[in-house]
Write a protein that binds this ligand. Structure first.
Ligand SMILES: [Zn+2]
Length: 135
């Protein structure tokens, strides 16, 4: 069993987060479109994870992010969709859903937790849901 290390994502914590997200009609309606799924498949997990880390570092981690509340587009990159789906789109959502206080820079381990949630959601989206396949 892994010893308590606050710097690595706690799996139980992520499981609980995803249960809460699934119960939210707003959060659970986000899906990757075919173009975004394609992008993810072409670029691969490790590149997209680098993009996620970069977006989090530049758009969320500063104590006062630019355009906070509107810094995450609703299309254009699979990570953006994942951020809305996982409530990691702005500091307000990070405070409400992830207990991360606004008005201070995010620590490295907090940024890693956010990226882990984003990547987990993206993995859950790699296969289209049954309803979409029938179209
Ligand atoms: Zn938000």
């Amino acid at each position: 069993m892994r010893t308590a290390d606050h710097r690595s994502p706690n799996l139980d914590e992520i499981d609980r987060l995803f249960e809460r997200l699934a119960a939210s009609p707003f959060r659970s309606r986000f899906r990757l479109g075919p173009g975004e799924r394609d992008y993810l498949a072409k670029k691969g997990r490790s590149t997209v994870s680098d993009h996620a880390a970069d977006f989090v570092a530049r758009r969320l981690a500063p104590s006062k992010p630019r355009n906070d509340g509107k810094q995450t587009p609703f299309r254009g990159h699979p990570v953006f969709i994942a951020q809305h789906a996982t409530a990691t789109c702005c500091r307000g959502c990070l405070a409400k859903w992830h207990g991360l206080q606004p008005g201070r820079p995010l620590e490295d381990f907090e940024q890693k937790r956010i990226v882990a949630a984003i990547m987990r959601w993206l993995e859950s989206q790699q296969r289209p849901p049954p309803a979409e396949r029938e179209n």
